[in-house]
Design a protein around this ligand. Structure first.
Ligand SMILES: [Ca+2]
Ligand SMILES: [Ca+2]
Length: 112
């Protein structure tokens, strides 16, 4: 006789808090001499894109000499994303402000 047992979630899972859950389950019969068995259960939580990338600093400032050669590094920005894999891939772009062709070129070449 096959009797199915189901394990279900009681609360929301969070990949960033706990990627893996491990526990022991037990099965036993109702006979007069009770027999039982144990098994280990491993649950791997998969990631979803539930975190937005965030800059390490909200403001970046730099100074560059007007005679700097083309291609000179002006500033490096940094952002993080708490997700994993493709959900944490970051692309940078300039959205607004006083931009020159040189600045756009620099950002594109140094996109992480
Ligand atoms: Ca993300
Ligand atoms: Ca996530």
């Amino acid at each position: 006789m096959v009797v199915v047992g189901v394990i279900s979630t009681l609360s929301r899972l969070d990949f960033e808090t706990s990627k893996r859950h491990e526990f022991i389950i037990k099965v036993m019969d109702d006979g007069t001499d009770i027999y039982s068995d144990f098994a280990k259960v491993l649950i791997h939580v998969t990631d979803t894109n539930d975190h937005a990338p965030q800059f390490v600093s909200s403001v970046y400032a730099a100074r560059v000499h007007e005679m700097a050669v083309v291609g000179s590094r002006v500033i490096q920005v940094q952002a993080t994303d708490a997700d994993k894999g493709n959900n944490s891939q970051i692309q940078y772009s300039i959205q607004s402000g006083m931009l020159t062709t040189e600045c756009r070129h620099w950002l594109n070449e140094h996109a992480i």
